[in-house]
Structure formats: C-alpha cells, structure tokens
Ligand binder design. Structure first.
Ligand code: SAH
Ligand code: SF4
Length: 409
C-alpha cells in the first residue's frame, strides 16, 4: 500500500515540475512514507527523517506515521502529511506545517495513478482505502480512516492503462479487499471485470477470513489469469483470542474456509500473517495456533510478536504484556514449525513444472535470476533472464527453502 502511494506521490511531483533522484544526498526534499503497524518500522522512519533534517534537507513525514504521532514528528520534519491529504502536497511543499485532516480526504490523489509514467511489468492498483474493522491490536483504522471503495471505472481505467503500457501482472490492493463495494459491484464482480481486461497475472491482497466467499473462489477458478494464491491472515489459532481481537471468525471456521478454497481452486497456495504473544495468550492458546498451522499447511507466513500500538483498543485494555522471553520463544517455535512445513512443501516441488515471471536477480550473483510461480513462490534460475519475462522451469533441487529451476526451452 505504501509502495503504491509512494509511486503515485513520485509521479504527482514529477508532473508538477519536480525532479526525482535515487540518491538522497542530491535531493533538496526528502519524503519518508512510513508505516506504523508495528513499532520497529516506525522508529526507523523517525531516524531517517532526523538524519536528513540534521543535514539541512527539507523533510516530509508522510503516510500513516504522520497520522499517528504528529507532535513527535514535528521536530524532525518540515511537513507532516497524512494519506488523506496527499493531493495537497504540491501546494504545501515549502510551507512548514501539519496536514492530517481526515475530513479533507479526496480520491483525487489517485487520478495521478491512472496515468503513471514509469510502468513496470508488475503493478499495484488500489481498490479501496481505510478499514472499518477495528481489530483490537491495529492502528490502521486510525491512520487511514474509514473504508472507502474506489470507483469501478477508475480501477478499470487504471488497469487498462497499465496493461497497454506493458504491465503483465496487476495486484489489487486494500486492507480488506473482500469488503469492496461500489454502486452494486462487490469484490467478486470487480475481480471478474479486471480479469476480462486481460492482464496475464492478477493477484489481490489482503483478504479477510470473515469476508472472503465461495463466490470469490469460483471466480478464481474460472479465470486462468487470476493467480491461485490467497493471502489470508490468521493472527491466532485460539478462538478465545480471535474474539478478543474482534476478528469475527473461529479457529474451525478458518480451517474450514481454507480447506474449501484448496478444494475449489486447483494448486492453490495460502499465505498468512500470524501474531504471537497477544496479551493474555496462554501456552494452550499458542498451541492452538501451531495446530492451525499444521492443519492448514501454509505455503509461507509472516510472523510477528505483538506490539502495543496507540490508540488501538488493546493498547488501552491490557495493563500487562506477555514477558519478552516468552514472546521470543513462542515466535521461534512458530517460525520453526512453519519452516518445517515450508521445507516439505518446497521439496514436493522437485521434478514438477512451473511458469515463472522473472522479477529480479540474486543479490549475491547477478547471473542468478529470481521469479515467482503462479502460487507466488520464489524460484531461482542459474541464468540471466530479463525481468518481466515468463519462463517455464522444472524444479531440480531446493536450497534452504528456495527451489532451483531449470529452464525448459
Ligand atoms: N489489513 C490486513 C493487514 C494489516 S497489517 C489484515 O487485516 O490482515 C499486517 C499485519 O501486521 C497484520 O495481519 C498483523 O499480523 C500484523 N500486525 C498488525 N498490528 C500489529 C501489532 N499491533 N503487533 C504486531 N503485529 C501486528
Ligand atoms: Fe487492521 Fe484488522 Fe483492518 Fe486489517 S482488518 S487493517 S488488521 S483493523
């Protein structure tokens, strides 16, 4: 989401006569578009702002970070600007101030996205912003405001434009894409409309276990260009904690929906987000998380230790946190359990054929290319292949958890 917004900000500024440089030392203005979902990235963003402010740059704190703690940011930035006010950025550059008014929110900003200049082979398209879920631990509803779906026409125009400029992969993004609704068009309808525009690969994220439907699975199966990949955050396997978190589903419902999805969509991969050490989490609660992980057999997972985030409700509700040593231990056990499953799944790929979309090169060796399968699994190939190319490979081995493919010509 922030990556997409940063691209749009860049395009908006270029169209208004600013120049872009990859090297921050050459820049007069530094914009830091920061995330505050967890504590660490927030701290990092503040450090970067301070570093450049101390070196005499005009600094701008943008994004959710601006919405969360504007007073703290003033000392390290000339401008503090929230996501709801991005389209006033051009007018306010040069004028120090705080621009974080939710009420001013306009989708106008995204008109810059519709005709962006640098189109890559793979692009994000925002379909909705904000979130109304108020999960107990989460700051997003406070930083991004109420959920708003973007118009079908704007989304379609943007996708058509990107495809005409050579994008072969489009990822529809939003905090909770399954609750998309605009003038009678729901998420499954939108997905179908985007599929008929014809990008070769369509993905979407993030889905919510409470809102995803069989109708969406049916559309995924129907269109070959909708990729068989589902990112479905679990958070915890304990129904008691899911209730505390206000997630709106039980452990059993989560397992049921993922099994159903695997049944309907051939070769589906499922990834997830999991949090450990939510306040009051017991050993038994944690064991339930491991149980779901084993039962669902995730293809990969992002795993976090809970961090209290002001002004989420959990931040105020719980006086005590799970001790750090226990949290770290649970996180370790979770990572090990997921790793075991992932290793087994990757090993099962050996000897099978996959279509990759090449998206980059190994950091250590530029002659080794990286690409993603339809299921969003990264595979490496010992050849230099241009990014944006589709190739077919057979997996010959697995190094660590990374499959290595041989190109079929
Ligand atoms: N809208 C998405 C993603 C939200 S943020 C969703 O509903 O899932 C991405 C992930 O960060 C979440 O899925 C959650 O696992 C994690 N996260 C959010 N708040 C957190 C917190 N306070 N502490 C630790 N992890 C958190
Ligand atoms: Fe946060 Fe929950 Fe909304 Fe995701 S669905 S952004 S976790 S409040």
């Amino acid at each position: 989401m922030n990556e997409y917004d940063s691209d749009v900000i860049k395009d908006m500024l270029i169209k208004n006569g600013f120049l872009y440089t990859k090297s921050p030392e050459d820049a007069d203005i530094i914009i830091v578009n920061g995330c505050v979902v967890r504590e660490k990235p927030e701290k990092k963003a503040v450090e970067v702002l301070k570093y450049f402010k101390d070196r005499g740059k005009f600094t701008i704190a943008a994004g959710c970070i601006a919405q969360k703690d504007k007073d703290a940011l003033k000392s390290v930035s000339n401008i503090v600007i929230g996501p709801m006010e991005y389209d006033s950025l051009v007018e306010v550059i040069g004028k120090d101030g705080v621009y974080t008014d939710f009420a001013r929110y306009r989708y106008r900003f995204y008109k810059y996205a519709e005709k962006r200049k640098d189109v890559s082979f793979s692009e994000y398209v925002t379909i909705m912003t904000g979130c109304d879920n108020f999960c107990s631990y989460c700051v997003v509803p406070f930083t991004r405001g109420r959920e708003q779906s973007r118009s079908v026409e704007a989304i379609r125009r943007e996708v058509e434009y990107l495809v005409s400029k050579g994008a072969v992969e489009i990822t529809l993004i939003g905090q909770n894409v399954n609750s998309y609704f605009y003038n009678g068009v729901d998420f499954k309808d939108l997905l179908e409309k985007v599929a008929t525009v014809g990008p070769q690969r369509i993905r979407f994220t993030t889905s919510h276990p409470r809102d995803i439907s069989v109708a969406v699975f049916d559309v995924m199966r129907k269109y070959d260009n909708i990729m068989p990949w589902l990112h479905l955050p679990l958070q915890t396997g304990s129904t008691r904690l899911l209730k505390e978190m206000r997630r709106g589903y039980t452990k059993e419902e989560y397992i049921y929906i993922t099994k159903l999805a695997r049944k309907i969509i051939p070769d589906l991969t499922i990834s997830t987000d999991i949090m450990v050490a939510y306040p009051t989490e017991t050993e038994e609660d944690f064991e339930e998380t491991l149980e779901v992980v084993r039962e669902v057999q995730f293809d990969y997972a992002y795993m976090f230790i809970y961090s209290p985030r002001k002004p989420s409700s959990a931040y105020y509700r719980y006086k005590e946190q799970i001790p750090r040593e226990i949290a770290v231990k649970r996180h370790r056990r979770l990572v090990d359990t997921v790793q075991e499953i992932v290793t087994e799944k990757r090993t099962e790929m050996i000897g099978k054929r996959y279509r990759l979309l090449i998206d980059g090169y190994s950091k250590k060796n530029p002659n080794v290319s990286r690409g993603k399968t339809e299921g969003n699994i990264t595979v490496v190939v010992n050849e230099k292949i241009p990014v944006g190319t589709f190739i077919d490979v057979i997996i010959k081995e697995v190094r660590g958890t990374t499959p290595v493919g041989i190109v079929i010509r």
